[in-house]
Design a protein around this ligand. Structure first.
Ligand SMILES: Cc1cc2nc3c(=O)[nH]c(=O)nc-3n(C[C@H](O)[C@H](O)[C@H](O)COP(=O)(O)O)c2cc1C
Length: 160
């Protein structure tokens, strides 16, 4: 199988869509990810794969905590903006006028009215290929069920 066939095959895999939030001092950055999943029940853990060149990468490595905000239908523009602009040059939270409130356990803010916010403490990082897998233990969360979660499939944002 050629590399292109392998890439196209992987495109069929539906992936959840989330924003990862992290803080460095007063700076709060949010970045779109699709390579994210639950990876343990006890303790409750999630893994997220982030390229080293992303601004959020070193923010997580340094602060050892991150917020996962699960994105729902109607939030496609935010997903696109946070997945195409870097926090190095743009304050994405300010630019999008995103309302936040403090995290309960970690210093990273939650996003108001989100489908779900998961507060995570970094327990392990693993360099894998051209990305770093950050594994976080979920230490607090909130959720509502008023929208369907977004998924990325064949390069398109959709819902299941
Ligand atoms: C739908 C979508 C999914 C993405 N998934 C990931 C991902 O899983 N891991 C990653 O490192 N970058 C991913 N990106 C790219 C980053 O979100 C993008 O490079 C972003 O601008 C980085 O911002 P930062 O420099 O502020 O961290 C994705 C982008 C989009 C639009």
């Amino acid at each position: 199988m050629t590399t292109e066939q392998s890439r196209q095959a992987l495109h069929l895999l539906p992936m959840p869509v989330a924003l990862i939030g992290a803080r460095d001092g007063d700076k709060h950055n949010i970045t779109t990810v699709a390579w994210i999943n639950q990876c343990s029940w006890t303790p409750l853990q999630v893994m997220v794969s982030i390229a080293p060149q992303r601004y959020i990468h070193d923010m997580i490595a340094k602060s050892r905590e991150f917020m996962v905000t699960i994105m729902g239908e109607g939030e496609e523009e935010t997903v696109f903006f946070c997945g195409t602009k870097s926090g190095r040059g743009v304050d994405k939270v300010k630019e999008l006028d995103i309302s936040t409130r403090p995290g309960e356990v970690i210093a990273v803010p939650r996003i108001k009215d989100a489908l779900a916010n998961l507060e995570c403490k970094l327990v392990q990082s693993l360099v894998s290929g051209d990305h770093t897998i950050f594994i976080g233990e979920v230490v607090a969360a909130d959720y509502c069920k008023d929208r369907r979660p977004l998924v990325l499939r064949q390069g398109e944002l959709t819902t299941l």
